[in-house]
Design a protein around this ligand. Structure first.
Ligand code: PHE
Length: 451
């Protein structure tokens, strides 16, 4: 179990169901572009590792499974890290050709203005029945192409330079024909373009009112990789001078459908982060605001009428404080690979904690087993301690310095904490107190030595 109370407390908030909340409005805007798709907005966030990872074909050593990245309730139970955790079950229920899922998801991650350990995703899928097509004496591809024609047309410039199928980078699945995949890919792209263009046109009309140098909308498809789709793509939007990734998508892995007892179905799926979209739609500058109960935030959003840009209720002063510490040197019995692991970027497989002694306990709690057990350091532990101690009073945590002692080989890290409330000016006393507490908890949990 590595989920702190502050995270469990978020479970009942269900912001995507809160009337007039920007996440609810964004969800409904997306739903409005998928008529006939069955919506699921009440799925419980605690799922099995089978649902979250195994059913989706995540390899056993995938970094997403790490305790440093994922909240475990016990060895086989997690707080879902994505809405895809419900794909297999939703396909198995086989209630509709298309579905949409909106839900809170949980990930241990950085602390800054666009990352929060709880956020919301929306997932969608559309499948067709091969056996049904055969029964009707029609080709599945023809049926799908006819459905493509029903999707509203748009005139936005779309860059899509890659072939649908690339043998190495974006392979066709063994049980699919190229004809089928061309048709499914066209349906996927047209459906998702329609949704994204609707959202960004709404965002543009909200921001163009203040912005005279408004650029026309542009979108592009980029090849991607997910364990549970192939071929796979991301959709990017040209927004305020940069390409921005807005969603992941692809042709559903056939084994998922086969294992869900719907082997005759084939189709596509996508997933996106609701906060990211809502932040653009409303120009919301900080992800913590979604959790605010302050009426100066909440009163600015309404399900009625057009999207209106969020007006920040003045920016309160920032207060930066640094904390530096030595990581404990590892005393390896074999005299082998020296010091404690450095903070690994989350896309690199860190040393598997599952093979170390005492692994049933959290990586942030030194294992109860006697030496030579070594607490493994991961940057996400610092991030989480900051959120636990500072709550929403911390805006950002950043590694600002890293140093290895030339003689002892010990490593020292310096993190800069930005204390800033969204609602008021913090007093010196208050930030000092929080910072002292943070320093103490770092020592207690991570076994580091303050400098
Ligand atoms: N689950 C993926 C994520 O969290 C998004 C995704 C969903 C990609 C469905 C493809 C298909 O990043």
């Amino acid at each position: 179990m590595n989920a702190p109370a502050s995270i469990l407390d978020a479970i009942p908030r269900r912001l995507h169901l809160q009337p007039d909340h920007p996440l609810l409005i964004t969800r409904k805007l997306i739903e409005s572009r998928f008529p006939g798709y069955k919506t699921h907005n009440n799925l419980f966030p605690i799922v099995s590792t089978a649902q979250n990872f195994d059913a989706l074909g995540f390899p056993a050593d995938h970094v997403g499974r790490n305790r440093t990245d994922t909240y475990y309730i016990n060895k086989e139970t997690v707080l879902r890290t994505h809405t895809s955790a419900h794909q297999a079950d939703t396909f198995r229920a086989n209630e509709s050709e298309g579905y949409l899922i909106a839900a809170d998801v949980y990930r241990r991650d950085a602390v800054d203005r666009s990352h929060y350990p709880v956020f919301h995703q929306m997932e969608g899928a559309r499948t067709w029945d091969r056996a049904q097509a055969a029964k009707e004496g029609k080709s599945l591809a023809d049926i799908i192409w006819a459905d493509v024609e029903k999707i509203p047309k748009h005139d936005v410039v779309v860059e899509d330079p890659n072939p649908t199928i690339h043998p190495e980078r974006n392979p066709l699945q063994a049980t699919h024909s190229a004809d089928e995949v061309e048709a499914i890919a066209a349906h996927l792209k047209r459906s998702l373009e329609d949704m994204v263009i609707t959202i960004f046109n709404a965002a543009k009309s909200a921001t163009d009112a203040q912005n005279t140098s408004a650029e026309p909308l542009k979108i592009r498809w980029v090849e991607a990789y997910f364990p549970f789709t192939s071929p796979s793509w991301e959709l990017e939007v040209w927004w305020q001078g940069e390409w921005l990734e807005v969603l992941g998508s692809g042709i559903v892995s056939q084994p998922i459908l086969n294992n869900a007892s719907v082997p005759d179905r084939v189709g596509w799926a996508f997933g996106l982060g609701l906060e990211r979209i809502a932040m653009l739609l409303y120009s919301i500058p900080d992800i913590r605001l979604f959790w605010s109960k302050d009426s100066r935030f909440l009163s600015q959003f309404s399900e009625q009428g057009p999207i209106k840009t969020f007006v920040p209720f003045s920016k309160f002063p920032a207060c930066f404080k640094d904390v530096s510490f030595w990581l404990q040197a590892r005393k390896s019995p074999a005299g082998g690979a020296g010091a404690t692991a450095a903070p690994a970027p989350s896309n690199q497989p860190p040393a598997p904690t599952s093979t170390s002694p005492g692994s049933a306990s959290s990586a942030i709690v030194p294992p109860a087993a006697p030496a030579p057990a070594v607490p493994t350091f991961h940057e996400n532990d610092v991030m989480e301690i900051a959120r636990e101690v500072g709550g929403d009073l911390i805006e950002d945590v950043r590694l600002v310095d890293e140093f290895e002692h030339p003689k002892t080989g010990r490593k020292s890290l310096c993190y800069r904490i930005n204390y800033r409330s969204l609602e008021r000016t913090l007093t010196n006393e208050e930030t000092n107190e929080l910072h002292e507490k943070l320093r103490a908890v770092l020592v207690e949990r991570l076994g580091v030595e303050l400098r």
